[in-house]
Design a protein around this ligand. Structure first.
Ligand SMILES: [Zn+2]
Length: 276
């Protein structure tokens, strides 16, 4: 499932290729993904310009010149590819295509169909219920040691489940939670209310570092993620614990095998020696 760095990679890619261009045509091949695809999408967005692209949590927001915004979510397996019209190939599970001036085409592909495309008035985005109740952006200043400490201090759940809860912090899923906890040398099972302020500081810094590094490398292409060019990201080669069960801990003075434990159908990867 794409997490924040993968979605940010897609946003950066769309920005670099399509800002300022006009939507010449729209093709929709499906009636419903996670939610119904807006009826008459074509009539509402054709001829508008793409003014800006931003990310909120894992939503991609395309602001158009006619006071509409397209909200796209990649769901479990969605990806976006941008290419020249004459070079586009028909890819299985392509659900919609936006044709831009300059002969560029944006394709949305999603085999599992948990993604979505929605159309909202830009002036009403702040009232949108999907966006309204989201937690803080982990790369923003609001996500700091005090914020995490406060959130964790009255919780008896594990620190891993707290940092993965979208109500508190958005975009951190299993991969980046596992990696950040390893980097901050904290056990994923540590209980929220046992977290000290200095541990909170370490964890916040680690989350930001891991996310930023992954964005720089085009995200992790573990499942379906690709950059908008269709090429894979590279962060999967940097992973310290995620998917490395049985392999040696990368800390030279440790080298014990990374452990994988499954709780509530979710894998947790960690080093029992390095993470306390
Ligand atoms: Zn270790």
């Amino acid at each position: 499932m794409p997490e924040l760095p993968e979605v940010q990679t897609v946003v950066n890619g769309i920005k670099s290729k399509l800002i300022g261009l006009k939507i010449k045509d729209t093709e929709v091949f499906v009636k419903k993904l996670r939610y119904p695809v807006p009826i008459n999408l074509k009539n509402k967005i054709n001829k508008s310009l793409l003014l800006d692209v931003e990310r909120r949590a894992k939503y991609i927001i395309l602001r158009l010149s006619n006071d509409y915004s397209l909200i796209i979510h990649l769901g479990m397996s969605g990806r976006i590819i941008i290419g020249k019209k004459k070079e586009i190939i028909s890819i299985k599970h392509t659900h919609f295509q936006l044709y831009f001036s300059n002969d560029l085409v944006l394709q949305f592909i999603d085999p599992r169909r948990f993604g979505c495309i929605l159309l909202r008035k830009t002036s009403k985005l702040l009232e949108e219920k999907l966006l309204k109740h989201l937690g803080v952006e982990p790369l923003s200043k609001s996500f700091n040691q005090n914020y995490l400490y406060e959130i964790a201090s009255n919780k008896a759940s594990s620190i891993k489940s707290i940092i993965m809860n979208q109500k508190y912090i958005v975009g951190v899923g299993n991969i980046y939670a596992s990696e950040s906890l390893y980097l901050s040398r904290l056990s994923p099972f540590k209980i929220g209310n046992k977290l000290t302020i200095s541990e909170s500081d370490r964890l916040v810094r680690s989350i930001k570092r891991v996310l930023k590094k992954s964005i720089q490398m085009g995200g992790s292409s573990i499942n379906d993620h690709t950059m908008i060019s269709g090429k894979l990201g590279h962060y999967q080669n940097k992973l310290q614990v995620y998917g490395r069960d049985g392999q040696k801990c990368r800390n030279k003075s440790c080298q014990l095998p990374i452990i994988r434990i499954v709780i509530a159908q979710r894998s947790t990867f960690y080093c029992s020696n390095c993470q306390k």
